[in-house]
Design a protein around this ligand. Structure first.
Ligand code: AMP
Length: 165
């Protein structure tokens, strides 16, 4: 008998392997949709305070209307510190941020997000929804790896239970 034809209540049916195709929404469901943002006219000094206080590695940059205008990560600030020693913190976020931001949607598979982050060599991705591209969260490469590790642990436990009985 094939596994997908097993009798109701048999062991093979009782194994409920975790969601095989997790999406960005699965991560936001766990961590919430808080977006830490800054505006282009604020200073890098303000940005580093925000990064420190929030214990995060990047800020989403939004314009006055709350629309996505860029992203500023600790890497951008480190680069600027090397380029303009002693003159970095008063500079404006808008002059240092990355303007062309790669975003994802809540129903994007985590694997595709991971691939885009790896290919683009960045670790943060704002999540936008709908035609208005409303910002509904940020996922990091750490979130994606953590989710996958948890899923693998869960699957290993289920398989162990199946074998041990
Ligand atoms: P990170 O690895 O996220 O600290 O960022 C490394 C570089 O990529 C920095 O210059 C960021 O401004 C930029 N960056 C971060 N996230 C994104 C993104 N989602 N789309 C485009 N660039 C990004």
């Amino acid at each position: 008998m094939r596994q997908d034809q097993a009798a109701p209540g048999s062991k093979s049916q009782s194994v409920n392997l975790s969601n095989a195709h997790p999406t960005v929404a699965d991560i936001l469901g766990g961590k919430g949709g808080e977006v830490f943002s800054i505006t282009p006219t604020e200073t890098l000094g303000r940005a580093v305070e925000e990064l420190r206080d929030r214990r995060i590695g990047a800020l989403v940059v939004t314009d006055g209307a709350g629309k996505l205008a860029g992203i500023l990560s600790e890497r951008d600030i480190v680069r600027k510190l090397a380029e303009t020693p002693g003159q970095t913190l008063p500079q404006q976020v808008g002059d240092v941020m990355t303007r062309k931001v790669v975003t994802c949607a809540p129903d994007d598979p985590l694997l595709s997000v991971l691939k885009r982050m790896t290919a683009g060599r960045f670790r943060h991705m704002p999540v936008v929804e709908g035609e208005g591209e409303e910002l509904i969260g940020v996922v990091t490469i750490g979130d994606v790896i953590h989710h996958r590790l948890t899923q693998l642990e869960h699957e290993a436990l289920q398989l162990k239970q199946l074998i041990v009985g």
